[in-house]
Design a protein around this ligand. Sequence first.
Ligand code: ZN
Length: 315
Amino acid sequence: MKKEPKSLQEAILYFSDIDNSTGYLATKRWPKGVTCPICGSDHVSFNPNRRTWKCSSHHPRREFSVKVGTIFEDSAIGLDKWLTAIWMLTNCKNGISSYEIARDLKVTQKTAWFMLHRIRLALQDDDHGKLRGEVEVDETFIGGKARNMHLKKRERRITGRGGKDKTIVFGALERGGRIRTTVLAERKKKALHAQIKAQVQAGSALYSDALRSYDGLTQEYAHRVIDHAQKYVDGKVHTNGLENFWSLFKRGVSGTYISVEPFHLFRYLDEQVFRYNNRKGLKDSGRFNLALSNIINKRLTFSDLTGKTATTYAY
Ligand SMILES: [Zn+2]
């Protein structure tokens, strides 16, 4: 086997060989040797022609491929395309549209759209430990349906504040550490306090803007407020880390994705949060492998994703 890829170009070349892509995924999935996804037995035999394994125990679905029980299950798309798409999405700066993926991987745009959403599922942050130390909290509005809108108007709607067709996103950022985002139905005190208490360790230093919903947190946090009507930074008191994240995200949404339905917004946030949280200390191949390690036991069907069946969905 050739050595593992380190760049997009090497990844495309390497994974285009189906034995390489199957072998690579199998090694990551079963580092201690292949086991049956149904019963866990390691008495399995490999069929090199079909690239499948067969469990020696007698039970239904004893023949399995490396895709079974992962985000790739039931997909007719080859692993070469899947692995290349994961490499691209985990290592780009501002996201990749389904149109770009469709062009580069020679699949339909609808297929690319579905692939990207499945991959985003693997990028979800499963670490639920609380943020601590110096933590910025902020909320923002992200525009919903902006399709068919004049560019200037679209930019205004996506980057502006307020409006009933917008989605509220709450964020908490540990300085020098991780970020978390959540889509909220409203930004009243009760909702924001519940988020902060769920995500930020009591006793942490908390920085927010002067929105009244953040009042009343000084019992549990060393809470300092920056009033943006007066200034944006007062020593350590600012929310610039989150402001930067929001602007990057909004640029991605309006520039790359054109429009994001509110229903899907959290998936794009998962993607951006993954890149942010893993931006340091990992090379491209490291981010790719991290996403791969997260593909097992995750499924996303077309109807889960759209609330529709594939045949009725026109896009
Ligand atoms: Zn078995």
